[in-house]
Ligand binder design. Sequence first.
Ligand SMILES: Cc1cc2nc3c(=O)[nH]c(=O)nc-3n(C[C@H](O)[C@H](O)[C@H](O)COP(=O)(O)OP(=O)(O)OC[C@H]3O[C@@H](n4cnc5c(N)ncnc54)[C@H](O)[C@@H]3O)c2cc1C
Length: 473
Amino acid sequence: MPDLVVIGGGIAGWAAARRAQQLGAQVTLVEKGADTHGDSNSVRSGGRIHAAYHDPHRPPDFLYETMLKKGEGTIRPDVVRAWSDNAGRALDFLLSEGAEIQRFAEMEFLHNALWPPQSPDPEVLKSDRPWRGKGTDLLLTKMWQSFLREGGDHRPGTRAVELEVRDGRVGGVWVEKQGSPRELIEARAVVMADGGFHANRDLMARYITTAYEMHGNQQDTGDCLRMALAIGAGTTNMDGFYGSLVVRTPKGEKPAMPTSPTVMIDAGIVVDGHGERLGDEALGTEEYSIVDFRCAKEVASSRTPDNCWVVFDHAVWDSRGREPGMIGAPPPNPLLAEQGILVSAPGIKELAEKIGVDAAGLEATVMRFNRFAEEGGKIEPPRSNRPQPILEGPFHAFRVLMAIFYTMGGVLINGKAQVIGKDDRPIPGLYAAGGTMGGLEGGPHNAYAGGYSQASTFGMLAAETAVGAAQPV
Ligand SMILES: Cc1cc2nc3c(=O)[nH]c(=O)nc-3n(C[C@H](O)[C@H](O)[C@H](O)COP(=O)(O)OP(=O)(O)OC[C@H]3O[C@@H](n4cnc5c(N)ncnc54)[C@H](O)[C@@H]3O)c2cc1C
């Protein structure tokens, strides 16, 4: 019987499996995908390893305070403490496992990027596995090969479906493999690392939104969440996600040439199908990141998540519209017009009718917004910059949709990566890490610790607690 079964071959799973091996444990890793180390978000990732946009080797107290502030009282202090104390060690662990790291750019969150950022082979980039040979793939391949070399039991094409509970503790997991009968893998402990539930439309509709674009791995369907709930696990921050708004065509399709909507969101307003503003358009991530969360949560949780628009006037289109987007994205003007994405009309009422938004609602919203822009004072929802009023026709709009990379909430853990039950006590033998876990990220503004940092830190900690509990090291 193995000491540990790990569910999932992303960075959380491989960190748990390799750390447990180092501590002398016998480990089985089951992976739904049939492809080498796995078919994960981790291999698709940009692989920029940062801790809340800072270097993971920053002093732990600094990381702790930074993250707690971002979470605004909605994340668990013991989990944040464990992460801030161990994020630097997790990066060192990945380096010891063979990670190639280089500085991608000056910004601190890009100081530790898995290298190379993409495959050097143009044929690979055109293939259905464009991540082959990039830094994330090279690291996971090394961890997978070391695992096999040191006697680990890797089961690709195997899906975990149910936890085995005996005498109040988790003692293994039931798995399914195509063409084989359901099998129980008994073990002293189980680490759940299936990446979260972003690829499960039903769970997404229950917890986050009914309308979204998927940027993450299709295999991350929340199996661990379902299994853990079935045995009484707690959950937290289920509406949190790592994602942003993306531009859509007026019919809601993906544009041929995408660009970032951020600069226009910053200068205009974001409204739902009732013509009402949804949130503070100027309140983005505090750091300059590739993914800017601004208004993504508000659009996702709006009454019309598939019918939300950025609205602005011609003066803004002609000025801010010509600015480049995030990290070199082409300016919206003229790209959105050239692709038929921009909808224009001489008046606000006509614009609303063209885009299928309540006209009276939009007119009232613009009037309130203009009063705020001209006179200041208070506005609901609040607005943290001082925008220009929407005055000069023609008026313009383009459609936006939330795009998700992964879910931030999930199975509640403590600082030792133990899964916490509804009675607020650890469920013996059960651990969670990475996209499966909840407690570190989320809250009103989708507080982000860094997906790689979260996954590698808690994968490592889960192994250390589980192996420490199962056998002295
Ligand atoms: C495009 C993209 C870019 C990103 N860029 C960055 C970045 O630059 N920096 C950063 O910090 N983060 C980034 N992230 C986020 C980061 O990659 C993830 O947070 C992290 O990789 C999650 O790791 P994980 O091991 O928890 O999940 P995953 O890597 O998704 O691994 C989960 C694994 O579990 C398997 N699985 C699922 N269900 C089962 C089951 N029932 N049984 C067995 N196996 C199962 C899946 O097939 C998968 O292989 C990015 C994400 C994406 C999608």
